[in-house]
Write a protein that binds this ligand. Sequence first.
Ligand code: MF3
Ligand code: CO
Length: 247
Amino acid sequence: MGVMSAAQIRHMQESGRIVRMVLVGLRRASVPGVSTAELDGMANELIRSEGGSPSFLGYRGYPASVCISVNSVVVHGIPGPTKLAEGDLVSLDVGVVKSGYHGDAADSFLVGEATDPEAARLVGVTYEALGLGIDAARPGNRVGDIGAAVQRHVEHAGFSVVRDLVGHGIGRRLHEDPQVPNYGRPGTGMPLKPGMAIAIEPMVNRGGWHVRILDDGWTIVTEDGSLSAHAEHTVVVTGGEPLVLTA
Ligand code: MF3
Ligand code: CO
């Protein structure tokens, strides 16, 4: 688990800056007809042009630079020849390592003119839940307060939070302790301390929370085929307001 010094936080801010730049560029390029492999190639070039490396490429054998998860794909969608279409719910997940420190963030949005109001609400609720989770990342709180804040908001909206995948500590490694579930009970789990760097990443399904993994060993889809959205930030706990490194 990382409790970061000011110098380490500066390195993570630089990785976080590149993550955001890539997310902005990929989102702009996510128009009907573009393939997810093309977006992956763009991401790799952008990351390397900033002196970073894609955190995900080769991680446990992951074969691409970013994850692109469309519609009922929850997370870990592998870029390929499939082209984006009008109305697709796209989740982009980007990790960058530079000078030995990782940043990790994800965005979800609808391609083109958003047509399905319920899909738009799913995306909105996912970002609201992420915001509430970040707001709970304060000393005096515990990891369970983050998950409880996320879960309460999502379920109140009539959606469900994925249980099988969780947020995580982050720093010199992409995944460090503690695990940061998107569900839980207030006042439980590891106490939050200034300097702790964590990735908070609610995965929200329109239907039930159950997921399954495809035969490629990576792609996670909703069991009931319902739409899923994902939003993530890398955050440092401070003495005051949480510091979002990937904003
Ligand atoms: N943001 C995701 C995570 O933290 C992305 C990991 S994809 C992987 O787990 F390829 F690196 F596994
Ligand atoms: Co993550």
